[in-house]
Design a protein around this ligand. Sequence first.
Ligand SMILES: [Mn+2]
Length: 373
Amino acid sequence: MSLKIFHTADLHLGMTFGNRSYPEEVRRQLVEARYETLERLVELANEAQCRIFLIAGDLFHRAQMPREIIARVARTLSRFQGDCIAVLPGNHDYCDGYGSLWNEMRELAPDALLLLTDTVPYPLHDYGIDAVIYPAPCHRKHSRENRLGWIGELAEKPAAGWQLGVAHGTVRGISPDLEGEYFPMDENELAGLRLHHWFLGHTHVRYPDLEQVQGAPFCFSGTPEPDGFDCRHGGSAWITTLEEGGGVHCRAISTGKFRFMEIARELRDAAGLDELQEELRQAGKQALVKLRLSGFLPEKAYNSRRRRLDELRSSLLYLEDDDSALAVELSAELIEDRFPSGSFPQRLLSRLAQKNDPAALQLAYRLIDEVKR
Ligand SMILES: [Mn+2]
């Protein structure tokens, strides 16, 4: 019989989004979305009839969490209809034997919960599943050494149809880790441990970045809910099917609520502004946007830009805009209007305006404007 596993990681529940000046209501929604996403993940796992719900680290953002939050998460997980909920401590919610997080989780969680806190094999036969999990749990925030070593030292692996690895950390050459301080692993090392598949967490972008993948030795799930402007995807998870013949098939599903977008747009006319406004209106209340405008607009459109941006702001969840590189388009009338007839700027700008080279005209105007200030 094949075995279906829902693979996620890096929910970072309890992330506060305090590092940016979001309005309080936006911040509240971003914090809350991560809990909603966990609920959605459980539903998606149920729909797909997964037997294991697997979290490869950083379910929580910190190693200490308020009890009511742990209880809330336990309640959400209890809605999983499969057989086993396997949770690995990551480098944010690490397990060092002192903190109370995982003890409280054990106390409050449903029977199906299996905490992968130790470096030992976890046979799943008690859950009715013919598999063994080999975890690499994090015991602190940073480590230059990964926690795979014990697996290679095992005299013998417990017998089971499926031998599965779960780890949290970086893979060299794939995940960013300049200092090598996030439990770095090697592709060869993972392959050398001869398990059927590795379920990894830590890197917030899924790997491989494909909709479907057959026979991958390891996969990063990525975060299921985008968490900032450096996150360019919509959030995803894997449904991994271990086929009877030994094949491993992973299918990506999209899971996120909010979307962070960085947009740099060069405008040349009023239509460009209309287009942008329409595009962002469609992104709607689920979008957080960082917008940089450059180029120039005819005077009327230019003067309406602040109002237009404010309209946009109310149609999005959040807008951070920068229009300092946007200028007013210079017309003959405007030049006459701003500079005394016969003055050097008036003569220069008028001549450039006649040459029909708007970019040169804008540049000259900006330089003159800077000298004037
Ligand atoms: Mn992590």
